[in-house]
Design a protein around this ligand. Structure first.
Ligand code: ADP
Ligand code: MG
Length: 261
């Protein structure tokens, strides 16, 4: 039963998992977002978004500027804004839609926001240790430094003095320092040189091999599609495409219409 509802939303049918593409008829996918609606104040922004992600898959969530990608990630991570008024979010059979953001984080979802939020005055290592201050604890510092040798080399350096690429690595590492099931990345490649994007892409593939599920939002849609298994395209807060990443790469019209590439 849907637990989030208010008078603004019209009544929707109870989600039928069997009707959705890519989902086995018997059970919800590992991570399912069902018909979520969300508002900033009176502004109705996320207008009935649904998608599913299988365990260990990478989903690219794409769309033009202002399409609602960041809002969707924030809604799914259960941040206060935008306010979700209707819908369901399930992670590994747990209802995130009934949870506040700290509970959702404990259930295994972490958002790496566009601005990375490295904490000033703390070293690289202290930024990571702070993430591990409370359970559930994820990757050890040794394992993190093995994946990101640059962070190991700079562990005593203040986090905010790192290069843009290194700060992005630290932001991802901090998510892994928690015991996560789903990693939400908002524009991780923004402002980074192609060679650094290559490096981050490699680490995202390693993270995938370790079984973590990823949703990546990127303006650099081609790079995201090359990494991703599947793609969902948003336009004005609704889903206009749900399919494989290859289908989007092959469909020039679709890319021109919704991604301007
Ligand atoms: N804090 C906010 N308050 C009001 N409107 C917002 C806020 N953040 C974003 N919006 C609006 O929501 C829409 C979607 O924004 P956003 O989710 O950031 O899009 P995207 O990440 O796809 O570029 C835009 O019209 C934007 O102006
Ligand atoms: Mg955005």
């Amino acid at each position: 039963m849907t637990l989030i509802e208010d008078t603004k939303s019209k009544h929707y049918e109870k989600p039928d998992f069997s009707k959705h593409a890519n989902v086995a008829a018997t059970a919800p996918a590992f991570f399912s977002v069902w018909d979520i609606h969300a508002y900033y104040g009176e502004s109705y922004i996320v207008q009935g978004v649904s998608f599913t992600v299988h365990e260990g898959e990478i989903l690219a969530l794409l769309g033009r500027n202002g399409a609602g990608k960041t809002s969707t990630l924030r809604a799914v991570a259960r941040l206060d804004n935008p306010r979700v008024t209707y819908g369901e979010i399930w992670l590994d059979h747990k209802p995130l839609h009934t949870m506040a953001s700290f509970e959702a984080s404990t259930a295994g979802i972490q958002l790496v926001p566009e601005d990375r939020r490295i904490i000033p005055g703390l070293t690289v290592e202290e930024n990571l240790q702070l993430a591990q201050i409370a359970p559930p604890i994820g990757w050890s510092l040794d394992r993190i430094y093995e994946l990101f040798p640059r962070l190991g080399e700079r562990r005593k350096q203040e986090g905010v003095t790192l290069s843009g690429g290194e700060q992005q690595m630290l932001a991802i590492a901090r998510a892994l320092a928690r015991d996560i099931k789903v990693l939400l990345l908002d524009e991780p490649y923004e402002g980074l040189a192609p060679v650094i994007v290559d490096e981050i892409e490699k680490t995202l593939n390693i993270i995938k091999e370790q079984g973590i599920t990823t949703v990546i939002v990127e303006q650099n849609a081609i790079r995201a599609l090359m990494l991703a298994d599947r793609a969902v395209i948003l336009d004005t807060g609704t889903v206009v495409f749900d399919g494989t990443a290859q289908e989007v790469l092959d469909n020039e019209e679709l890319r021109a219409e919704y991604l301007a590439i």
